[in-house]
Design a protein around this ligand. Structure first.
Ligand SMILES: Cc1cc2nc3c(=O)[nH]c(=O)nc-3n(C[C@H](O)[C@H](O)[C@H](O)COP(=O)(O)OP(=O)(O)OC[C@H]3O[C@@H](n4cnc5c(N)ncnc54)[C@H](O)[C@@H]3O)c2cc1C
Length: 503
């Protein structure tokens, strides 16, 4: 804690994933006079963001593409001076496939997650029966829902607007591929608020998607935009993490430092951590808790048992990604597009397959492909009980059935993400409001994580930046009103990222 005669303020950021890094960088940018410490339990920064470089392959361990709207990633990259290093998806491959009755069908052109912006591709898609196509095409005539009606699950919303068949064959697999989730439990308002807004504003998802497509065409003509809806760092997520770390005050990052206790006493935050087998304590004027929600719950127990209980109510699902490097001549049929999503009704043990080297350049040697197979999710968590060899076998068998694969892969890596994907179930909005109301009662405390207002990397960055500005304002180190709208993007209107983007 600052001594009475000292005016230097001390802030601790706990957690060195993208939420904590964005918070720390924002503090360094706005208030270099502040004494900042970033505690990270692991031996590297980045948390879920990590990249493996192996034998000519660039393999993202988890997130591999970020939405450009909200533009938090673009703005952060701009401020870091690395905007040119962000690349868009490969235009010639911008399509995805869905498996139906064991056969691959393109997701109808213009269909984004659950909103069709073109009717003809839907009316001619062999993916749906004639009845299913007509039902989907009639979406624009389905009456708008009243504002005072009870909150809907994602499944209820999609079935009401698009019909059950479109839900089962298109929406559910696309959503499962993104959120590893059970669509019958997800809250549509918390998970994908933009579709609720589309219905409210246009009375229909079709009309809303058509208007959005027109606006995008117009703005990309006017702005000469060089990206699609998604970007990624050319040299991998790890390069973004390294750049942020390099702009933090020297010595502020404490790796291998797991915070184990947090208590608020006498106006200061007392923090205890284990670093290199030693217990250390220190006190701070403000704390940003940027760990996953279950850890934040554990750390807040001593301060506010009710808020800890509320955070503990947010469920998390897990998945594994089997990353395979294959020579092109090992495949009987070369995969096209960004990937394939697999409906539950197909009864297969995988969620989705993403063709990383079709999406972005330099992910694999020229004569090879990088494929990532997603397994698990809320509906199949038991799959993660298998050994790495078991998961690899599942991935290779499924890939063989779909594309005909000969021989051993050049590389195979299994990355596990147990309990890493927060699930915004029905009631999430109310839960978050309660958490935020309670957290606001504790001076100098902010939360920033993917369990609150968006799981995607852009939303985590926005949350980290918001938290940084809030603690600085509380400590009188930054005048939010004078600064006007912060350079940070704080829109929470969109929460998705996609395993297989840009349908
Ligand atoms: C498989 C998968 C694929 C994804 N794909 C995408 C995608 O393509 N696009 C997208 O936008 N988003 C994607 N996401 C979501 C996104 O990557 C995450 O939501 C985001 O990276 C979370 O960042 P975070 O900083 O909030 O949490 P984390 O990355 O989990 O970071 C939290 C950090 O806190 C540290 N920590 C924990 N406890 C302590 C403690 N006690 N003391 C100190 N440190 C502690 C951890 O070690 C960790 O480094 C994906 C997520 C997963 C799991």
């Amino acid at each position: 804690m600052s001594s009475p005669e000292s005016t230097t303020r001390r802030i601790a950021v706990i957690g060195g994933g993208i939420s904590g890094l964005a918070a720390a960088f924002r503090i360094a940018e706005l208030a270099p006079q502040v004494e900042l410490t970033l505690f990270e339990a692991g031996e590297r920064l980045g948390g879920i963001l990590g990249t493996i470089y192996d034998d000519g392959y660039l393999i993202e361990e988890a997130a591999d593409n970020y939405l450009t709207d909200p533009p938090a990633v673009l703005r952060l990259a701009e401020r870091l001076g690395i905007r040119e290093s962000l690349i868009g998806t490969e235009p010639s491959q911008r399509r995805a496939y869905v498996l139906h009755d064991g056969r691959l069908h393109p997701v109808p052109a213009g269909f984004t997650l659950m909103a069709p912006s073109q009717l003809w591709p839907i009316l001619t898609s062999p993916l749906l029966s004639l009845r299913g196509r007509l039902r989907l095409a009639c979406e624009r005539f389905v009456p708008r829902r009243g504002d005072d009606e009870p909150e809907e699950s994602l499944a209820e919303f999609a079935i009401r607007r698009l019909g059950r068949e479109a839900f089962e064959r298109l929406v559910e697999p696309l959503v499962a591929g993104i959120y590893s989730a059970d669509a019958t439990k997800l809250s549509i308002a918390a998970t994908l608020p933009r579709f609720v807004e589309m219905e409210r504003r246009y009375g229909s998802l079709t009309r809303g998607a058509m208007a959005a497509a027109r606006a995008r065409r117009q703005s990309s003509v006017e702005s000469g935009a060089r990206y699609g809806i998604f970007v990624t760092p050319r040299d991998g997520a790890a390069s973004l993490v390294e750049t942020i770390a390099s702009r933090l005050p020297p010595g502020c990052v404490q790796l291998n430092s797991r915070v184990e206790k947090l208590a608020h006493a006498g106006g200061a935050w007392e923090l205890s951590c284990q670093a290199a087998g030693e217990a250390r304590t220190a006190s701070y004027d403000a704390v940003i808790l940027a760990t996953p929600a279950p850890t934040a719950a554990m750390l807040l127990e001593a301060t506010d048992v009710a808020v800890a209980g509320l955070l503990g109510q947010i469920p998390h699902a897990g998945c594994a990604i089997v990353c395979l490097g294959l020579r092109r001549d090992q495949l009987a049929r070369l995969p096209e597009g960004f990937g394939v999503v697999v409906p539950r009704t197909e009864g297969r043990p995988i969620l989705a397959v993403s063709f990383a080297s079709n999406k972005f350049p330099a992910r694999a040697p020229d004569d090879a492909l990088l494929v990532r197979v997603f397994i698990g999710g809320a509906l199949n968590e038991a799959a993660l009980e298998q050994s790495d060899a078991g998961l690899e076998l599942v991935a290779r068998t499924q890939l063989d059935e779909l594309y005909g694969v000969r021989g051993e892969p050049q590389i195979a890596r299994v990355v596990r993400w147990p309990g890493s994907m927060p699930q915004y179930h029905v009631g999430h909005g109310r839960l978050i409001e309660e958490i935020e109301t309670r957290v606001a009662r504790h001076e100098g405390l902010e939360l920033a994580n993917n369990a609150l207002r968006g799981v995607g990397v852009p939303q985590c960055i926005a949350e980290g930046e918001r938290a940084a500005e809030a603690v600085l304002a509380h400590l009188g180190q930054y005048d939010r009103d004078a600064a006007g709208a912060a350079a940070s993007a704080t829109s929470t209107a969109a929460t998705e990222h996609e395993a297989v983007p840009e349908k």
